[in-house]
Design a protein around this ligand. Sequence first.
Ligand code: TYD
Ligand code: MG
Length: 460
Amino acid sequence: MKAAKTVFVCQTCGAQAPKWMGRCDDCGAWNSLVEETPQDPSVSAAVAEHRYARATGTLARRYADVALADAARIGTGIDELDRVLGGGVVPGSLVLLGGEPGIGKSTLLLQAAANLTSSAGPVLYASGEESEHQIKSRGDRLGVGDVPLFLLAETCVERILEEAARLKPGLLIVDSIQTVFSMRFQSPPGSVGQVREAATQLLFHAKSHNVPTILVGHVTKDGSLAGPKVLEHVVDTVLYFEGDRHHTHRVIRAVKNRFGAVSELGVFEMTGTGLQGVANPSMLFLSERAEGTPGSAVLCCIEGSRPFLVEVQALVSTSVFGNARRTAVGIDPGRLALLLAVLEKRAGLHLAGDDVYVNVAGGMTVDETAADLSVVAAVVSSVRNRPLPPGTAMFGEVGLSGEVRVVPQAALRVREALQMGFTRIVLPSAGATGAAAAAGDRDRLVGVRTLAEALDALLA
Ligand code: TYD
Ligand code: MG
């Protein structure tokens, strides 16, 4: 088959070029040219007519007359995955699961695929990365039995869709979108043009046949989906798999969801027999904590609608070199710099000649300002070389003038900490009364208004 003629289109200004160039001649943008198939005018007229023919008969409807279509969801049999999806897979939806290599995307999807065969019917698992034998040997470890699960080692998207048309699966999985290519383009698999074309074809298939489709996407070191940021606009739901490959626990986060809440979190543990959901993440994150060591604070944070406790650690040591280092793992380095400046000005702590390292234990990432109080407490505890009192948890935002500010959902955080057996919770005083009323335990709450009050309560 003769390859279709393609052009390279600048994604910034729309200029066209016959070949790829590093820099657009027109607008000067770098690396903005993407291969596309030019529209044949006769074809596009036909397409337009066809679209119009299908569109006639659609009339604008009054808001009140539109019925609520409660999308029936298909449970994946994995509670933590259902939670991030917003209750299960929606028929006809396109889901993108991103994550670094080796984090467990294929493992999770194979587990989900095997479970879904009972509720959704046959499942087609197309893999461009592994052979059927490799997938089968993994499935054996995961305990996948004789279920209507079909494996296809194929990278051509047209072939995958042919097989899908033949098997009529209840779910289609493509692992990964970067390995598949369309015959209509010459550029190699993984290039932006290819990825977008393949995803668009899969999207049309998903919508027109009402087949939910899950795409696996690789993520580069800097955390973006390799090349195809465009994909995030195409799909209905974007899930990110996070976590340290060297730790056993993994977190899935929804960053976009047309059918549910974002920033929901699913927590998993990688075991010898695949990924297992963790119903009580606080227990997991606190399991290795050495109580009574200086520089360790327990934070009640919230991800989505879910509270859990994590350990924030700090180490302050005299700097050997002229310029002191500040290293933050799991929290924003800019936020750490700000908090250290507040400590310097408002609490009289001199850290200019010290290296400061802050780490959220277990490879978790916390991006709430509610973490401020725990960071500050851990740093001061390390400087004074005194542990925080046992059984103490905390949360609260620290402002530039040293005030402790209210953070949302105090009651939820308090309840989780009490449930985990913490006996003293330091929190912003403005939220303390409400939280106490909701949690029904006034004695264990210590409301603080300022940084000085907080440090008194924690390290007096
Ligand atoms: P994988 O799903 O292949 O990652 P991805 O598709 O995201 O690249 O996960 C591979 C890792 O998981 C690999 O290092 C081995 C580990 N693993 C387990 O620890 N237990 C298991 O039961 C399985 C199947 C894999
Ligand atoms: Mg894989």
